[in-house]
Design a protein around this ligand. Structure first.
Ligand code: PMT
Length: 312
């Protein structure tokens, strides 16, 4: 009998850009594998659950992709090649610093008319220059690949394909699963084709459980990789237990627990052996340090130890 996740693939078609993404992923992984680089797959942002095949309405979640976009930058600083698998239009590394009005406020319009020029305001140059420099290094050296998903089904197809390409890297592959993946969905064969009509009264929508991909990912797709998952809760009293349950069930390396309201200041690292808090001090917060800087530094140490443990 097919397992729950196999059934999901059997009943959901791949997204239209799937083959293109598969080729990009393969080229990226092969190239970095040949160079001996480590590759991290960062998943980021939330998946949607469509309510109709011709989708007018969908269920979404809060994730803006801050965690994933910031973390990708720190992994690049540590020399990793990065597959940034993110929700379309969610935050991206580097450009996240200039979202919306912030970018406009950095610019100055000179001499309106035919000789118009645009310059960066002097006090913004200090902010823009290091970010732009890091962006250029990552782009020019082909160190980052951007691939996007929208629905939970897109996410499923893309994640499995990325894992297939990462598998040859063995222990040098790191999976950093920070996306907020939908837990409930409407199976394809139960979804109406067209927009749900209000004339028929309020609809009753029945959702089913999305299969957890951590199971095949850890045991079948990338069994040698260093896999880090996240656990988000709103009730602090259950966070560590839930994180530990996940580790026991899927047997991966690390769960990072976070609470919705405090996720920018502190997280808890839960490994099979221990649990410890990683948090920003007041001073670090005043100096605009980001928690992802600490998270990534800690993970890089764990990943290095893990790779080292296979050498003897
Ligand atoms: O984007 P931000 O606004 O910065 O927020 C960051 C974050 C809070 C979204 C992030 O830090 C985070 O916690 N992400 C995980 C959210 C979560 O609670 O996931 P979960 O409990 O539904 O799943 C736990 C793990 O199982 C996840 O790592 C996920 O990759 C995995 N999973 C989830 C669903 C599914 N069907 N299969 C899975 O394998």
């Amino acid at each position: 009998m097919a397992s729950h996740w196999e059934e999901f693939y059997a009943t959901h078609l791949p997204p239209s850009d799937f083959e293109d993404n598969r080729m990009l992923l393969k080229e990226f992984c092969d190239r970095h594998n040949k160079s001996g680089d480590r590759i991290v797959l960062v998943t980021s942002g939330g998946t949607t659950v469509p309510l109709e095949h011709n989708t007018v309405r969908f269920v979404d979640n809060f994730s803006a992709g801050t965690r994933g976009a910031a973390s990708a930058e720190y992994f690049l600083e540590h020399g990793y090649a990065v597959i940034f698998m993110h929700r379309l239009k969610s935050l991206e590394p580097y450009t996240r610093h200039f979202n919306g009005q912030k970018f406009m406020d950095m610019l100055e319009l000179n001499d309106r008319g035919p000789n118009t020029t645009i310059t960066v305001k002097p006090d913004s140059v200090d902010v823009l220059a290091p970010i732009l420099a890091n962006y250029k290094v990552a782009q020019d050296n082909g160190k980052i690949l951007y691939v996007t998903f929208t629905t939970v089904s897109d996410y499923f197809w893309l994640l499995r394909s990325a894992c297939e390409c990462l598998q040859p890297l063995g222990t040098k592959a790191l999976l950093y699963l920070a996306a907020a993946v939908s837990d409930f969905y409407i199976p394809s064969n139960q979804m109406p084709t067209h927009k749900i009509q209000s004339g028929a009264g309020a609809p009753t929508i029945s959702l089913q459980l999305v299969p957890k991909l951590l199971a095949p990912l850890v045991s079948l797709w990338v069994p040698q990789a260093y896999v880090v998952s996240f656990k988000l809760e709103t009730d602090e009293s259950i966070l560590i237990t839930k994180a530990r349950d996940s580790l026991n069930k899927y047997k991966h390396k690390l769960v990072i627990g976070n609470i919705l309201q405090t996720r920018r200041q502190k997280v808890v690292f839960v490994t099979p052996e221990s649990s410890y808090e990683v948090s920003l001090t007041r001073d670090q917060m005043m100096n605009a340090m980001e928690i992802e800087d600490l998270i990534v530094s800690n993970i890089v140490i764990g990943h290095s130890d893990y790779i080292g443990s296979f050498k003897y």
